[in-house]
Design a protein around this ligand. Structure first.
Ligand SMILES: [Zn+2]
Length: 219
């Protein structure tokens, strides 16, 4: 993709995520990596009204290479985006303040565990029988102070493609922007269903009893 195409794509994704309620009130963010550069939406702006020329470009250490005119600030999420690029070779990262994500951090303590839901297959490295585990880190007053605990969680949970932040939201990444978008959608759906399962008296981390029965019969 050309630089202009990446810039236009970020604006399009911000509008899509805004409609999902993930980046309302100027919250949330997104970054797409192109080689050793990261295109990053600015902080504190209305994400659904972003224009391609509003973006920052940084190197993978966070040094700004290009900045928009005016006095926009680079996203406070930048060190967190860079952590996923560095530690997971991610091609894109998105950060949302989704209500499903926030509620999951109140329902669960150290991590969310979900088993036997079809949408788990949408998360890279996971089949239907693989438990999906999403670590939860504690929130901080300033977003950039989350970077160390996010890095620790990424390393402690090598299969995860997302980290939840208590009372705040979720960081989700993927090998490229299509995987990051798919992951963001699947995680949000799964976290929402996990909450509804709890409300209905089901433990989302418990295996499907019908599945075990089917496995027994197959032996
Ligand atoms: Zn945030």
């Amino acid at each position: 993709m050309t630089d202009q195409e990446i810039r236009e794509l970020i604006c399009e994704l911000c509008r899509l995520f805004y409609r999902q309620g993930w980046v309302s009130g100027t919250g949330g963010g997104i970054s797409i990596r192109d080689g050793d550069r990261a295109f990053i939406a600015p902080s504190g702006v209305q994400k659904e009204r972003l224009s391609p020329e509003d973006l920052f470009v940084s190197d993978l250490k966070g040094n700004v290479l290009q900045e928009p005119a005016g006095n926009a600030c680079i996203s406070a999420c930048t060190p967190l985006f860079l952590a996923a690029f560095e530690l997971r070779d991610a091609g894109a990262v998105m950060h949302s303040h989704s209500a499903n994500a926030v509620m999951a951090t109140l329902r669960f303590q150290e991590r969310v565990e979900i088993r036997h839901l079809e949408m788990i297959k949408g998360i890279e490295g996971h089949g239907y029988d693989d438990p999906l585990v999403i670590p939860i880190i504690e929130n901080t007053a300033h977003e950039h102070d989350l970077a160390d605990s996010l890095r620790d969680a990424i390393q402690a949970y090598p299969r995860t493609q997302a980290v939840l932040v208590r009372r705040h939201g979720i960081y989700v990444w993927g090998r490229d922007w299509t995987a990051a978008k798919r992951h963001a959608e699947c995680y949000d759906y799964l976290l929402g269903v996990a909450g509804q399962m709890q409300d209905a008296g089901f433990d989302p981390s418990a295996p499907d009893p019908g599945r075990e029965f089917a496995a027994d019969n197959a032996q």
